[in-house]
Every structure is written in structure tokens, then in C-alpha cells.
Design a protein around this ligand. Structure first.
Ligand SMILES: [Zn+2]
Length: 220
């Protein structure tokens, strides 16, 4: 804005022979824009160098299910959406599985522990005997900071019960040395939650909310 105004003023004062000044100013403006993009990308990355995205279950382990609705498929879909969201913001990601395959829990944690400056985020959908159970929740084992950053944003977007953050001793949380969180994106056993979970727009919203939480945590 400033640069454009400057060049207009200059042209007004010197109607002839100022073409080169305009060129120099335009070149400077282009440089500033590129510098801005690079700085923004750097800021987006923050203190995290890698996000290990863990789509829960897979292969013969379907996770929670209700009729044809399988947790493993929903989890993989949200994980892929999350990866796209983060990579567009220059955050490098790695998936513990990117197909419908069975990956043992020990392998998932081992993969995560390779990235010292990374975070591990496991994506799941919930199930309860009581079909009234609904909402989103995020688990952690050692430190709640990442889980809180994620859950705050997921709860805001999901428009279902906010079950908050909880400490749990799930294998992948216990055996992962880097900051780790496990997000439950909704209850397959609850009618309203299930309807939401089957809607790709809901899954996109949840993926973006998880992504926002990770980026906010990374910025500190
Ligand atoms: Zn699960």
C-alpha cells in the first residue's frame, strides 16, 4: 500500500523520466512480498519440525464400529485432511499409516520417537455402551499442553459436548517420548455424533481445528 502511494506521488511530481523509479519500487515490493511469505512460513513452523500423524487402528483392527461405519476409515480420512492442512502451512508431516493397513502400536511410537523436535497426534473416534455418550475429548499422558491446545479448538468447531482433556495411559501416549495427544473426534455409538462424523465437512472442520491447535502449540 505504502509503496503504491509513493510511486503515484513520484509520478505526479515528475511526470516524465520516472519509469525506472517505478520499476525499482515495484521490484522492492515484490521482494518484500516474498520475504513476507518466507517469514510467515518460518513463524508457522515454530518450535516443531515434524508432526507425526497417527490414524488409529487399520487393517484387521477396525476400531469402533456401528454397521458399515468403521472408526479406522474415519480416522484415516481426518488424518489425511490434517496432513494437507499442515503441509499447506509448511509444516512437515509423517503418517504412521496412509492406507488401510494394520500397524502395531509399538511401531507407531518408535516412528514418533525418531523425530526429537516433533509432536505425535493420534486420531480416533469414540464408542460407548451407553448411546447417550457424545462429544470430543483429547488425551495425554505426560504433559497436557498439546492436548489442551488441540481440544480447545476442536470443541469450538465441533459443536458437540466438550469432554475436555484427560490423562490416560494408552500405549501410544506412554511410549512416545515427544509431546503426544490422542484426539477422540466424536462417538460412533451416538446417533447425532455419528451423523456428524459421516459428514466430510465435519471431518474437515475437525482436521483444521486439530491443525490449528498444533500450530498454536508450536508457536508457544
Ligand atoms: Zn480408537
Amino acid at each position: 500500500m505504502m509503496t503504491e502511494q509513493k510511486s503515484t506521488n513520484l509520478e505526479r511530481q515528475h511526470p516524465r523520466g520516472t519509469g525506472w523509479i517505478t520499476c525499482v519500487l515495484m521490484f522492492a515490493a515484490v521482494c518484500l512480498v516474498f520475504l513476507g511469505i518466507a517469514t510467515t512460513a518460518e513463524a508457522a513452523r515454530g518450535r516443531i519440525s515434524r508432526v507425526v500423524i497417527d490414524a488409529g487402528h487399520g487393517g484387521h483392527d477396525a476400531g469402533a464400529k456401528r454397521g458399515y461405519v468403521l472408526e479406522k476409515h474415519l480416522a484415516l480420512d481426518v488424518s489425511r485432511r490434517l496432513e494437507r492442512y499442515l503441509e499447506r502451512r509448511n509444516m512437515r508431516c509423517v503418517q504412521t499409516r496412509n492406507r488401510d493397513t494394520f500397524v502395531p502400536l509399538s511401531q507407531r511410537s518408535k516412528m514418533a520417537n525418531r523425530y526429537r523436535d516433533g509432536v505425535f497426534v493420534s486420531v480416533h473416534f469414540n464408542w460407548a455402551y451407553n448411546s447417550d455418550g457424545s462429544g470430543t475429548e483429547t488425551f495425554y499422558n505426560k504433559n497436557s499442553a498439546l492436548a489442551s491446545a488441540i481440544q480447545t479448538r476442536v470443541a469450538r468447531k465441533a459443536q458437540t459436548t466438550n469432554r475436555g482433556t484427560k490423562r490416560a495411559s494408552f500405549y501410544v501416549l506412554r511410549h512416545t517420548d515427544i509431546p503426544a495427544a490422542l484426539v477422540e473426534c466424536g462417538f460412533i455409538s451416538n446417533y447425532d455424533d455419528r451423523r456428524r462424523c459421516l459428514d466430510p465437512r465435519y471431518r474437515q472442520k475437525i482436521a483444521e481445528a486439530i491443525g490449528e491447535g498444533i500450530l498454536a502449540y508450536s508457536r508457544g
